[in-house]
Design a protein around this ligand. Sequence first.
Ligand code: BEZ
Ligand code: FE
Length: 288
Amino acid sequence: MTQPTTVSEETITDVAVARWATAHDPRTAELMTALVRHLHAFARETGLTEAEWMAAIGWLNATGQISNPKREEFILASDVLGLSMLVVEQNHRFDPDATPATVLGPFYIEDSPEMNYGGDMSDGLPGDPLYVHGTVRSLDGTPVPGAVLDVWQSDADGAYEAQLDVDEARLRARYTSLDDGSYCVRTIAPLGYAIPMDGPVGDLIGRTDIRPMRPAHIHFMLAVPGFEPLITHLFREGADHLDDDVVHGVKQELVVAFTEHGPGPTPDGGHRDTPWLEARYDFVLQPT
Ligand code: BEZ
Ligand code: FE
């Protein structure tokens, strides 16, 4: 007959760690044993009560229940906890001259429509016309042609396609850099916005003095063979909340002036009869 194993407050951690150390894949064993150690340390440090742990489980349940392919509440939770940014930082230690990475966020949608140089991804939506243009290049200055720039942003109300009930791609597109590395995105100026506050993450934020805002920005995901993939944003210079972004995503290198222009020629080789904005930015990619 096997003897019962009696665990105590003192021994439970070692017993659980040893059990999870049997994971067949070594990395899973490393991750799970560290997770058990840190969770137990958290419970010890805080003197976690049963009621508090049940409340936390209720919160995790609610976070899962509200999630779907368009509502990524766990990404949002990771973002506001600063965990997304920490994982980004420790996985993208680029050269200081390369464009830095920042958070993906919960609103990315795959398979955006392809657009030519200067193609309008705002498709007539209301807002201030904006041209974002520049080059994609390597650290040594060499132009990078054929880089795919997957771009997405909020509308003039601060809403993303993923938050709306729409059938067509909205304010997102894929551009490809030309032979000289140049790209040009025609869009509208994004506004800052509050992260979704109608779910468990918002509920938690609402119990703090944390401001739930993000500064105005456009998301970019760049991919081209030979270079590290880059997920980043460009932030509008002078925007509100550059100093207290709720997801810790701002970096000074990513803050770009949106310069006002009167009627006249535009960066796509066209002409506007009304005022427009210009943001110039050269993406510098880290070779693999
Ligand atoms: C975003 O920029 O789309 C975003 C990022 C993190 C949390 C919420 C939104
Ligand atoms: Fe965003």
